[in-house]
Write a protein that binds this ligand. Structure first.
Ligand SMILES: C/C(=C\C(=O)O)CCOP(=O)(O)O
Ligand SMILES: [Mn+2]
Length: 432
């Protein structure tokens, strides 16, 4: 939601911009147990603003109700503009300017119980933070990524670390006989959130990507661990990811399934810092609702698009379908220019997003946002004996109960018109 071209570069300014808007539901004080989930489920088409009973936080949910909200925030009018903007930031992260930490944050006397932990679903193993971003640096490389955090007590919380960059840093620190110092950041602006979800190659600091998107490139280095954090954050918690393990989960994830309980490392807070305005604003992402889909899945689409474009220059659209939790099912629309291109496009999509389990390739006349059109394409344009490929035992999503330990099968469905056949047999009849 850029206001006349000015990007809303803090979560507080975004919340302020919602005041008086008809498309916002002001829910008042909510009990942190289930009430935020109920409010979001009851107001899917509205932004939801609330306070958590007994806590100081202003919370906002449903920031991203649909793709249109992402376009508006990034200043794009179409997928191609959105992808172009996200990829430009991805390949040209901003140079970060380091400013004085004391100018942006002040030390606060807080404990984990003061943070906006919410129990979202009956099946959740405890109250959770769902928009905490962890920033860590190891041997000159800094990384920023989302991790769900489960409250244990005032000094301990477990976080889910899937085997990506933070996992690698934690492993390296443990091999060196050390806990990993981190900054847990809450209330980041949405541009930094998108960047943290993009997963660029190891060595690229996501905060530079977020800065390129928002235009705010200022970071401050935390007093104890010297970790650069965006000055837009509401709260910074310095702490360590310790070698101690405890239970994390169960937790209802993006697929609306109960992700299993696992032994995970314990986060131990050391010092809390509130932004200089003293305003605690939090993005309460209700799992398996639109904020989750558009913050976790959508930032992967430009990377899938780019990968597909290498082998299929006529790629028209890329979707992580909401029916697959915006994570497991991809739909790719291409204008075919050579034989075999559709299969290569499917392989490129699977490579770009290893959590993708099913990929359907359709022609350019199919609307990738309309599951009925995708079904129609499968029904009329695919010949299963030739157009269905199953790959076994590849890297897969840890969220899929059919891919234990993140190893699973892939399904490719080519639902494009056979390359050499005429369109006349395959075109949908029009109404004159
Ligand atoms: C744990 C994850 C998401 C969630 O809790 O909703 C990330 C899963 O990533 P994979 O690489 O697909 O396992
Ligand atoms: Mn990274």
């Amino acid at each position: 939601m850029s206001v006349e071209g000015v990007y809303l570069t803090t979560l507080a300014s975004l919340v302020d911009s919602l005041k008086g808007r008809k498309d916002t539901f002001f829910a008042g004080d909510l009990d942190p147990e289930y009430e935020p989930t109920r409010a979001v489920y009851g107001h899917r088409r509205e932004r939801v603003v609330f306070r958590l009973k007994g806590k100081e936080w202003e919370c906002v949910s449903n920031i991203l109700r649909d793709r249109g909200d992402v376009y508006e925030l990034v200043g794009a009018r179409s997928d191609s503009e959105l992808y172009e903007k996200l990829l430009r930031a991805y390949y040209s992260p901003s140079q970060l300017e380091v400013v004085d930490f004391a100018g942006s944050f002040r030390r606060a006397d807080m404990a984990l119980r003061d943070l906006p932990f919410i129990k979202f679903y009956r099946e959740d193993g405890g109250p959770y933070l769902t928009s905490a971003v962890f920033i860590a640096c190891w041997e000159g490389v800094c990384n920023s990524s989302f991790h769900r955090v489960m409250y244990i007590d005032d000094d301990r919380a477990t976080l889910r670390i899937v085997p990506r960059h933070l996992h690698y840093m934690v492993k390296k620190a443990f091999e060196a006989g050390r806990d990993l110092p981190v900054a847990m950041v809450l209330g980041l602006d949405v541009y930094q959130e998108i960047a943290a979800a993009m997963s660029p190659p190891y060595g690229v600091f996501e905060v530079g990507i977020g800065a390129a998107l928002s235009g705010v490139n200022r970071v401050a280095k935390t007093p104890l661990f010297n970790i650069p954090v965006p000055v837009t954050a509401s709260l910074v918690v310095e702490g360590v990811i310790s070698r101690e393990e405890d239970w994390e989960g169960p937790f209802v994830d993006i697929l609306s399934l109960v992700d299993e309980r696992r032994r995970q490392n314990v986060f131990k807070p050391v010092a809390y810092y509130v932004n200089a305005q003293g305003r605690l604003v939090y993005h309460a992402i209700v799992p398996a609702t639109s904020d989750h889909f558009y913050l976790m899945g959508l930032p992967r689409e430009p990377l899938i698009y780019e990968s597909v474009k290498k082998v299929a220059p006529g790629v028209r659209a890329v979707r992580l379908a909401v029916g697959g939790g915006s994570w497991l099912i991809g739909v790719i629309a291409i204008e075919q220019s050579t034989r075999g291109e559709a299969l290569s496009a499917a392989l490129a999509a699977l490579t770009a997003h290893p959590s993708m389990k099913v990929v359907v390739v359709v022609d350019e006349d199919i609307d990738v946002d309309d599951p009925l059109q995708v079904e129609w394409a499968i029904a009329t344009r695919s010949k299963p004996g030739e157009d269905v490929v199953v790959l076994r035992n590849a890297k897969a999503s840890t969220l899929d109960p059919r891919s234990p330990e993140g190893v699973g099968d892939k399904l490719i469905v080519i639902a494009t018109k056979p390359f050499n056949e005429p369109w006349s047999k395959y075109r949908r009849a029009g109404v004159p």
